[in-house]
Design a protein around this ligand. Sequence first.
Ligand code: BEZ
Length: 224
Amino acid sequence: MPGLLLGDEAPNFEAETTQGRIRFHDFLGDSWGILFSHPRDFTPVCTTELGRAAKLAPEFRKRNVKMIALSIDSVQDHLSWSKDINAYNGEQPKEELPFPIIADANRELAVKLGMLDPDEQDKDGMPLTARVVFIFGPDKKLKLSILYPATTGRNFDEILRVVDSLQLTAYKKVATPVDWKPGDSVMVAPTLPDEEAKKLFPKGVFTKNLPSGKKYLRYTPQPE
Ligand code: BEZ
């Protein structure tokens, strides 16, 4: 079955993009990466999403995350659409965006990566691309995927939030609880024994008492 599962290595595909031909692993280098797909160029929800992604590009850069979009149209269409996206953002209608858009006009990559939405079709009855978010770590393995149908736009604040959680939990033995935001307390990883947790988290470990008597709700301030 096509698609990518958590832990899978990113396929090292070659593709034409608005910033030239790429090989995906070379494009990622040692950075984190986000690949987000779009149903089609010149569509309303996609335009708002790419506008927001462009505005948030400095935030992704700060977190060492390389951004790349994909849509099932040509480079020429992507460049022309980019002018609309910049204009939507209230900027000069130029062809450049702060990240490349992959041209996948024959849907080869969309099929390979499991990105098609069978419920949304173009005028020829061909399926459009769903709104997929793949986040890869510096080891090029898939760390997170989110899949939205074409009719539901993504929340890019949430995407930045999950990048913060992925990066924190990749390097510290913690997990982030419901609705966590950077700066909030985090949970001590369930596999970490109490004695080790005390040493690892000098700001303290706070355990909530529960009717079961089990001491698994262990909070600590977000480590640096
Ligand atoms: C949109 O981007 O607006 C869109 C694309 C395909 C189906 C529905 C909405």
